[in-house]
Design a binder for this molecule. Structure first.
Ligand code: ZN
Length: 287
């Protein structure tokens, strides 16, 4: 029994877990992790940039034709900087290129491989702006909420929001939107491809959410595991793949592959709230 392997847990943590598990198996146990088919009637993926949804949710989109991808930071800056912004230069863009026309065309192609459709919001990503003008979660949330509501989404998949400020803001705005849209909407988080491999970062975010009573739990979402199709979609982002390969060695990670994983976020089961309390954490030497 796995619980007996918690040798390094504190007595308090062990006892809290044992207490909740000692009761007769709750009747909903068989349903944990499952996703009701009606929940996936109208799936929306929230993507910080064009490419993040495809990198993190291709198998999901492939299994559910008609997904809408809301890309938050798809806006063109008033002027492209000169010299070119660093990431754009890595992507192979040169002065005079209409970067966002190219990126949107790539996005249409990629999503069409997966039977999905784009909605681009006009927010400008941080790399083009001085820090004081970065577009944060509070700037995004109204538009994001309205877009999700207009789509009558039954399920929303948002990023964990790791490392990149635009990802972080998108994640935060999504959590805020979650409190404003139809409360029957199912919410999931997907892992930000590339950034999720930064040591400790995904664990940090999950811990942070767990502490707040937003419990991320892996969900058994029906998917279509078609690696060739995903690769075909990813390859549509020709410009981005140059930079992603240069900076992140993305091809090796995609071909390994690190799995796509979707985490449902929901409050703890009644009576389990105490597990979010840091006083129930492991304390070295306490066991
Ligand atoms: Zn991104």
């Amino acid at each position: 029994m796995a619980l007996l392997g918690l040798g390094r847990e504190s007595r308090a943590a062990r006892s809290a877990i044992m207490t909740v598990m000692a009761d007769p198996a709750p009747p909903e146990m068989r349903g944990w992790g499952l996703v009701g088919s009606a929940e996936l009637d109208r799936v929306v993926v929230v993507s910080p940039h064009p490419d993040d949804a495809v990198l993190g949710c291709s198998h999901l989109m492939g299994a559910h034709p008609g997904v809408t991808v809301i890309t938050v930071y798809a806006g063109r800056p008033q002027e492209y900087p000169s010299p070119m912004e660093r990431w754009d230069a890595l992507c192979g863009f040169v002065a005079g290129d209409e970067v966002h026309a190219t990126r949107r065309a790539e996005d249409i192609s990629a999503l069409s491989v997966l039977g999905a459709y784009p909605i681009w919001l006009d927010f400008v990503e941080h790399a083009y702006l001085p820090r004081s003008e970065w577009v944060g979660a509070n700037d995004i949330v109204d538009t994001l909420t309205k877009t999700i509501s207009d789509l009558k989404a039954t399920a929303v998949f948002a990023p964990f929001g790791l490392a990149n400020p635009d990802h972080d803001f998108t994640h935060e705005a999504a959590l805020m939107a979650r409190d404003r849209v139809d409360p029957n909407t199912a919410w999931f988080l997907y892992e930000d491809m590339g950034y999720k491999h930064i040591p400790g970062l995904l664990a940090w975010r999950i811990t942070q959410l767990f502490r707040k009573g937003v419990w991320p739990t892996p969900a058994a979402v029906p998917v279509d595991i078609d690696y060739a199709r995903k690769q075909q979609a990813v390859d549509c982002y020709q410009s981005q793949m140059r930079a992603l390969e240069a900076e992140w060695g993305i091809r090796e990670k995609l071909s390994a592959p690190a799995p796509e994983q979707y985490w449902r976020i929901s409050p703890p089961p009644p009576g389990w709230e105490g597990l979010s309390n840091p006083s129930n954490d492991q304390r070295q030497g306490d066991a």
